[in-house]
Design a protein around this ligand. Structure first.
Ligand code: ADP
Ligand code: ADP
Length: 226
């Protein structure tokens, strides 16, 4: 099966605006994939639907063979999502945020804390484990969001504009980390509006504009065309 298989996906918001006009997208297992498009193209809507935070209008989404409509909890188990906005409890302790997240996936308490430790160390925020989330810098919060998305070891990691507003040093360390986990087998999809970032990291790319996929190819072919 594909890591992600989206068929004829549409989304019309309640105000009548059609944000997705029939998206078809397939991402191979193990790929590092970019969804590139300008602001307002439909990237966040697509990710919202994949992570079942936004209700689709029509079409289907399949994650590692699990259909979102038919096998929601198994589909979710395969998936980690790093949203654009920080959305954790500001007064919660860093390590508890991760352990609680692991708990949502049915991981028992000791194992949840072990997983939390593993990913806080991997992301270089272990020394912040006992701080409240609100005390972290913007860069540290981003690392925390990636650690939280990874704590149940998903096979597919999706990041929505992961380096927006991030300084170059942190951007580089995030690129290194994402490359490393991709090499270890995790399929990665990121959205970006920077071609350079996609070029740096990704093997395959789709370009979305006004709710439609206008290009879907490997990075080398795209660059040869430009
Ligand atoms: P749905 O049709 O998926 O239920 P809603 O129309 O109820 O979505 O809107 C969901 C949320 O998005 C609301 O909180 C709303 O305030 C917010 N929202 C509305 N319009 C926009 C917009 N143009 N861009 C981003 N968010 C919006
Ligand atoms: P991107 O992530 O590519 O910037 P989005 O998926 O956030 O694009 O938005 C796509 C389009 O849908 C935009 O025109 C946005 O204003 C609109 N939109 C997003 N959320 C809502 C909502 N809840 N209600 C109405 N329109 C929305």
């Amino acid at each position: 099966s594909y890591a992600l298989d989206i068929k004829d996906l549409t989304k019309t918001y309640k105000n009548g605006f059609q944000a997705l006009k029939g998206i078809n997208l397939r991402v191979e297992q193990g790929d590092f994939f970019a969804l590139l498009g300008p602001n307002g193209a439909g990237k966040s809507t697509t990710i919202g639907i994949i992570s079942s935070l936004v209700k689709k209008t029509t079409g289907s989404v399949n994650i590692f063979g699990y259909d979102l409509d038919k096998n929601l909890s198994l589909a979710k188990q395969q998936l980690g999502v790093v949203p654009q906005e920080f959305n954790f409890g500001q007064f919660e302790k860093v390590i508890d945020i991760l352990a609680t997240q692991a708990g949502y996936y049915g991981i028992e308490k000791n194992m949840a804390y072990a997983q939390a430790e593993k990913y806080l160390k991997k992301l270089g925020i272990w020394e912040k484990r006992d701080q409240q989330a609100r005390m972290l810098s913007g860069g540290m919060k981003r690392r925390l969001m990636i650690a939280r998305a990874m704590v149940h070891e998903p096979k597919l990691l999706i990041l929505d504009e992961p380096t927006a507003g991030v300084d170059i040093e942190l951007r580089r360390s995030m690129w290194d980390f994402l490359t490393e986990i991709n090499q270890q087998g995790t399929t990665i999809i990121l959205t970006t509006h920077y071609l350079e970032e996609a070029e740096m990291l990704c093997r395959n790319i789709a370009i979305i504009d006004k709710g439609l996929i206008v290009e879907n190819t490997d990075m080398k072919s795209l660059l040869a065309k430009l």
